[in-house]
Ligand binder design. Structure first.
Ligand code: URP
Ligand code: ZN
Ligand code: ZN
Length: 459
């Protein structure tokens, strides 16, 4: 059925205009004032609301075997939570570990999502070792439409690559025109500091941050950038958490290195005092890189407003309190991760736009458009234009609410942002021309999400 979204204020990176949007099948076919609607068109009244392009979360974990357990969401639960929060596309980290075969891992991750996700999705393909068959396998994966890689400089002996493997991955990525995303922490220093702290009897979650201090992240960020500089590849630092690491990335950028930066919701809104709470309360807020000293948040918000931080993702990674307690005797065993897929857009709008830290166009850019451009999805996704997929978020700026585990759809028994106020939320969420969410309820079709095929664009 055709849709007419009538009278909303359409907000993209380039413009803000009150107009109607006409959607046929899965695509936007007309934008203009007072559009006529043929008889059986469904009309959605958007008067008084903002209409955004569907939001894109460039960094999520749905299926994730990690730290002796599995992240809690499935694509059924994760995609519905994403949609209710206004995210119409997510990019999941496909994470086979060093003992796994990369291609078999890729097929496994695809099988977990196919027919299950209610929103559209893509993958970043993790390269967790570089052996004889790696190049041909990665070529197959790129030919299949997965045009971005992921490397971990942390998680020694599990996901982590050494410098030689990083070089080989980036050199191949350059030849293939693929962007490489990277978790930047020095694995050796993390391992040494963890052992030192444990030997001193420091076992609680408050020691997680001291085991991975800012300098350890800044070193990883600078090293990744140096490898980009010397291979000519394009890179994207994921979940950058602190000013020191930001400086390392910006220094490289000023030398002409093609490096982009993502920060994630927890690092803008939560600080290390959350992980210093006693017992499981602290464990709920353990992720890597860790939550930092609060003064870093100012630097992150400023860099986001100015565009030095390109995107805001979530690093959505839900482990429940029982799983977190795997680390009750040692912080190194606390499963790392904080969920946020459902709350990213509302909290970023509230704490960014409403608090005067972020212009509306930059909000749209950071939460949607920039990721579409970097990851080969633009202009199909990330904007509102004739010919683009009809992924639309009709946003009610008058809504007032509070983030809570009691109302969330993420499959977890806590919410790391519990109690935070939101000023605005999506009232209607449309994916490829189909209404999937109304007023905080999923009303759409499960399993309708498509794996998005992407071409390399970073030559
Ligand atoms: O703590 C985190 N970030 N967990 C997920 C894995 C990763 O490093 O992204
Ligand atoms: Zn990471
Ligand atoms: Zn992650």
């Amino acid at each position: 059925m055709a849709l007419l979204i009538r009278g909303g204020e359409i907000v993209t990176v380039d413009s803000r205009v009150r107009a109607d949007i006409y959607v046929e099948n899965e695509t936007i076919t007309r934008i203009g004032k007072n559009l006529d609607a043929p008889p059986n068109t469904e009309i959605i009244d958007a008067a008084g609301k903002l209409v955004f392009p569907g939001f894109i979360d460039p960094h999520v974990h749905i299926y994730l075997p990690f730290m002796a357990t599995f992240a809690k969401d499935t694509h059924e639960t994760g995609s519905i939570a994403a949609l209710i929060g206004g995210t119409t596309t997510y990019i999941e980290m496909c994470c086979p570990n060093r003992n796994d075969d990369a291609l078999a891992g890729y097929e496994l991750w695809k099988s977990k999502a196919a027919g299950k996700s209610a929103c559209d999705y893509a993958f970043h393909m993790s390269v967790t070792k570089f052996v004889k068959e790696t190049e041909s396998q990665l070529r197959q994966i790129v030919a299949d439409g997965t045009a971005s890689f992921k490397i971990f400089l942390a998680y020694k002996n599990f996901f982590g690559v050494d410098d030689g493997e990083m070089y080989q991955t980036l050199e191949l990525a350059k030849r293939l025109g693929v962007i490489t995303t990277a978790h930047c922490e020095n694995a050796e220093l993390v391992a040494r500091l963890q052992q030192k702290l444990l030997a001193e009897g420091k076992i609680g979650p408050e020691w997680h941050e001291p085991s991975r201090p800012e300098s350890v992240e800044a070193e990883g960020t600078g090293r990744f950038a140096t490898f980009l500089e010397n291979t000519g590849a394009t890179g994207y630092v994921v979940h950058l958490s602190c000013e020191k690491a930001l400086r390392a990335a910006m220094d490289a950028k000023s030398r002409g290195v093609k490096v982009h930066v993502e920060s994630v919701l927890p690092h803008f809104l939560l600080d290390k005092s959350y992980a210093e709470r006693p017992g499981v309360e602290g464990m709920k807020h353990v992720m890597s890189p860790p939550l930092r000293a609060k003064q870093n948040q100012d630097a992150l918000w400023k860099a986001l407003a100015g565009g030095s931080i390109d995107t805001v993702g979530t690093d959505h990674c839900p482990f429940d309190t029982e799983q977190k307690l795997l680390g009750k005797d040692s912080f190194v065993n606390i499963p790392n991760g904080i969920p946020g897929i459902e709350d990213r857009v509302n909290l970023l709008y509230t704490h960014g736009v409403k608090r005067g830290r972020l212009e509306l166009d930059r909000f749209v850019d950071a939460a949607s458009t920039r990721a579409a451009k970097l990851f080969g999805l633009f202009p199909r996704k990330g904007t509102i234009a004739v010919g683009s997929d009809a992924d639309l978020v009709i946003f009610d700026t008058n809504y007032r609410g509070v983030v809570s585990v009691k109302s969330q759809h993420v499959n977890n028994n806590y919410n790391g942002f519990e109690g935070m106020e939101i000023e605005g939320r999506p009232s209607v969420v449309i994916v490829r021309g189909k209404v999937q969410v109304r007023d905080g309820n999923f009303v759409g079709e499960r399993g309708r999400g498509k794996l998005l095929k992407r071409e390399p664009t970073h030559f």
